[in-house]
Design a protein around this ligand. Structure first.
Ligand code: IPM
Ligand code: MN
Length: 361
């Protein structure tokens, strides 16, 4: 009997529903071709629901979602809702409550896609960032005292436990071992680079660095270890992205460097990511926002959502289908799209989805 994957779909705000529609189209084409089934259940979480009901997320949302095999998310962020409410109340809340402690973000330039980096192509821009996803500054530990007075103080601490650091590093080492450059036939070694700031954040990154070398030496001697300061990493991501293989870093640094990475791979139209709980339910999303000004115009690029769908299938064990989506996306970027930019693709959102889906049939 064909295997059925139970997927929770959260189209979300702005252009989220449009890109998710194309992503689902491609997922269904992959299911038909590779002989599995998708049981898709939609959830209306997002700005419109909040404005209508006053509730950001129902109390049992995480519990309900944890019964699924995976979650497929469009975008969260509504122009009529104060920044922070939906991001914290939906996206971050789900990441935390579902303990999706890894944010996996490939930085990969597809053939035919223009990059802002001079003289760089798909051979040079091809690495992966493993971002710690449930700790650090994002936990919001801290507060404001004497608010509104000249003596006001605001504290937001970067807090990491050995447990959090260790499980993230282990995931990253495993990932580097399985998918690093050597394993992909693109180099002599699999390398994991720790991105930190040991010269200033001497407590937190001391913990990260010690754990990194201890775990690496003991359990992953076959994976080469590198350490990079985060500021220098930004420089090299622009100047010499080919140096990188798999990077692992804290939540905040990972957030920042993956936007830089995304622009080097052609922008938010193609950057996909997975919020992963290796022992639980994971959530896949295009990493760009809800782009509200383009809502309903059928002009936004759905490739990021489509690639996120591919990552989701990979995590569900449908590796062949995931690889086929990747090939179909490559075909579209290499031979069809004029550009990835909104309004310059030469095709509508729907047409891009159709082309990728056709490539799968
Ligand atoms: C991302 C986003 C989120 C983050 C925001 C929307 C909370 O920027 O997924 O990178 O900071 O993690
Ligand atoms: Mn971000």
């Amino acid at each position: 009997m064909a295997q059925t994957h139970k997927i929770a779909v959260i189209p979300g705000d702005g252009t989220g529903p449009e890109v998710v529609r194309e992503g689902v189209k491609v997922l269904q084409a992959a299911a038909a071709r590779f002989g599995f089934k998708l049981d898709l259940i939609e959830f209306d979480y997002g700005g419109d629901r909040y404005l209508a009901t006053g509730e950001v997320l129902p109390e049992n949302a995480s519990k309900e979602l944890s019964a699924f095999d995976a979650i497929y998310l469009g975008a969260i962020g509504h122009p009529d809702v104060k920044p922070g409410i939906l991001e914290k109340g939906i996206l971050l809340k789900l990441r935390f409550e579902l303990d999706q402690y890894i944010n996996l973000r490939p930085v990969r330039l597809y053939p035919g896609v223009e990059t802002v980096l001079k003289d760089k192509g798909p051979e040079q821009i091809d690495y992966v960032v493993v971002r710690e996803n449930t700790g650090g500054i994002y936990t919001g530990t801290g507060g404001i005292s004497m608010k509104g007075t000249p003596n006001e103080i605001a504290v937001q601490s970067m807090v990491y436990s050995r447990f959090q650091v260790e499980r993230c590093l282990r995931y990253a080492f495993e990932y580097a071992r399985a998918h690093g450059k050597k394993s992909r036939g693109k180099g002599d070694e699999n390398t994991l680079g720790l991105v930190g700031k040991t010269n200033v954040l001497t407590h937190v990154f001391d913990l990260w660095e010690r754990a990194f070398h201890e775990i690496g030496a003991e359990s992953y001697p076959d994976v080469r270890r590198e350490y990079y300061h985060v500021d220098a990493t930004c420089m090299w991501m622009v100047k010499s992205p080919e140096w990188f293989d798999v990077l692992v870093t804290s939540n905040m640094f990972g957030d920042i460097i993956t936007d830089l990475g995304a622009i080097t791979q052609g922008g938010m139209g193609i950057a996909a990511g997975g919020n992963i709980n290796p022992e639980g339910v994971s959530m896949f999303e295009p990493i760009g926002g809800s782009a509200p000004k383009y809502t309903g115009q059928n002009v936004i690029n759905p490739l990021a959502a489509i690639c996120a769908g591919g990552m989701m299938l990979e995590s569900l064990g449908e590796s062949e289908a995931a690889a086929a989506i990747d090939t179909a996306v490559t075909e579209v970027t290499a031979t069809k799209l004029k550009s990835l930019a909104v309004g310059k693709m030469g095709f509508s959102t729907t047409e891009v989805g159709d082309m990728v889906a056709e490539g799968l049939s």
